[in-house]
Design a binder for this molecule. Sequence first.
Ligand code: DAH
Length: 337
Amino acid sequence: MKETLLKIKQEAFSMLEKDDLNIEEVRIKYLGKKGELTSVLRMMGQLSAEERPIMGQLANQVRNEIEEKIAQLTEVQKAKELEKSLVSERLDVTAPGNVRKIGKLHPLTQVQRKMEDIFIGMGFSIAEGPEVEYDYYNFQALNIPQNHPARDTQDTFYITENILLRSQTSPVQARVMEKTQPPIRIISPGRVYRSDEVDGSHSPLFHQLEGLVVDKGITMGNLRGMLETFAKTMFGEKTRIRFRPHHFPFTEPSAEVDVSCFVCGGKGCRLCKGEGWIEILGAGMVHPNVLRTCGIDPEVYSGFAFGMGIERITMCQYGIDDMRLLYENNIKFLEQF
Ligand code: DAH
């Protein structure tokens, strides 16, 4: 029996030394319920009274040694596995992340939204009109009959003789007045078209923002006050405005409106070309002919209107000196806004 026990021990140990070691397999083979050592122990009963304690002691010793070796190897194996998972699952928290590029609004849209916010704050609502427009709304209803010289500066693209791409946002005035009796207080931003050659300050497609107020007792004073509030909010508290007499067929009297240069404050600089003033819009009192044509009685109501170029205001605000930059979709340019 002694030989058997020593042989078991030897075998178990040599198995535990193998490269492709499966500890659990060894444990079951020698120490398990049906294991080799267990079956030797079962035979203890057959031994003599003198032999039994000696063999019992030896058997226990062998079992302890195998158990100890197994425990030791299990520890080693666990450590190895931990090491392996630490390496394979390593996470470098200092590695630069994947920055996701988030788009943003085009500078023209940003400026348009800012303008809208200012006018909405003054009680205006937003009206929309079609870009493909009737000659009637774009010109005739605005006191610009066929062959009127004012059409020269607003040559546009014609779909038919009577349908064109609107050359200004002013037709929305006529459309709104036709449908609504005063009080009217609307702005209308949108695209307009002209058959202009592309250069640093012209584009066949650009954007305007139109404004219209009609009610009883509306005066040029109201126009001026409202535009001053707009200019101060848009360009800064110190901004002043000035009216210069002008002519538009759909307003009488008409004015071109300048703001004091918000870069130099009026002293003269590169942006205002030494003028101290920057022209930003056209405005005036709605012509009685226009009111009448659109079904509003000029004896009862009066109104003012204004229109400005969104590109122009965007370019002034950001010091952009070439309009083409706004349409080229160059990311390096657009990222700056
Ligand atoms: N529609 C004019 C243009 O495109 C701008 C304008 C001037 C609009 C005076 C108005 C206004 O409403 O009253 O040049």
